[in-house]
Design a protein around this ligand. Sequence first.
Ligand SMILES: Nc1ncnc2c1ncn2[C@@H]1O[C@H](COP(=O)(O)OP(=O)(O)O)[C@@H](O)[C@H]1O
Ligand SMILES: [Mg+2]
Length: 388
Amino acid sequence: MLNNEIIEKLSENFAGRTEFTNKEVFSVAEEFGMTDKKVFHALAKYPKVARGVYDLSEEFGKPSAVVESKVKPKPVMKQALKGVVSVSNDEVFIPRAMPEFVPWGHFADIVKIIKSRMFYPTYISGLSGNGKTFMVEQAAAKARREFVRVQISPETDEDDLIGGFRLINGETVFQKGAVIKAMEAGALLLIDEIDRGTNKIMCLQGVLEGKPVLIKKTGEVVEPAPGFNVIATANTKGKGSEDGRFSAATVIDEAFLERFTINVEQTFPQIATEKKIVMKHMKKFEVIDEEFADLLVGWADAIRKTFYDEGIDEVISTRRLCHIVQTFSIFNKRDKAVSLCVNRFDDDTKEAFKDLYEKVDATINGEEPEEVPTGSYPSDDDDTWNAE
Ligand SMILES: Nc1ncnc2c1ncn2[C@@H]1O[C@H](COP(=O)(O)OP(=O)(O)O)[C@@H](O)[C@H]1O
Ligand SMILES: [Mg+2]
């Protein structure tokens, strides 16, 4: 086993990490006069996670899922004096498996990619709200791999991604950005909605090549630790959006796109899968109504077909169906839930979606289910604002 001095030094040199290559351990152990041969012997007692990579998490106190809890927290003042800090590592963690998640489509492949621990940049494109982000997060949960998500917007720049100077407790310190934290931890980096970025995110080019990154502001060079990988999601394939539906989608530099090893196209789930998703959300929000679930997925499917035939310019996403379920759990009225959740669309689309729903649901316009009075003043429960 490795002694405490070596473990402490490792945690100091590689903050946030619990997995190390034998070379990293050799270099630290050398300072304490331990030969490579002895280190090799000692390392053999730990779980080996990849060729030449060992999991020393048992030495860091808790074998817990969250990285930050494995590293001794350092007082902020001490960090501030050091000049370069990761103020916190709370962006790096193994996500929790969510009970409402339904695995389907590319999920199994994404899990395999993550488990391979290879550097294998993957680009996932598909319409908004069809479950890309959730799938990657849950794949990391399943593979039990650390995960860092960065959300890209037109405002995102090097300062957000790589890091920048911040004023902490009266001291100006350099705070590492999420990308650097992911690289140091050998985690999976999810670059979410990459096609919303501008050329201010070109600093990611080197990261996408798996190369060490120079933090220009401090001169530090950061090597990606073993296991580091990148998955990006986007609404478009990076060629912009011709129909203007994703007005924020930008054209991604060709060289940038070339860095991704594979592209995965995500569609909406099949009706049966989507019904499972809706039912799981009904369970989560404690409003089980299987008939409503069937109606919702059938309705969304019909809308999507019209959309693909270019009959309408909007679509009902899986996310929107889940919002309808949540709204239904509050108001207990199907038509009200649908109506409130399609209000976000322009008037024509909204009306078309509502009409379509009313046509499939016989309980609407017909005998409505008796409403349970919620208070002693029925007039408070006034729905007239929502009347057409
Ligand atoms: N496979 C799934 N299982 C359960 N819920 C899902 C699934 N896919 C999508 N959802 C629901 O839809 C929402 C939106 O998914 P998200 O991953 O954010 O979409 P995207 O990233 O493609 O825009 C999720 O928060 C979840 O409520
Ligand atoms: Mg997303």
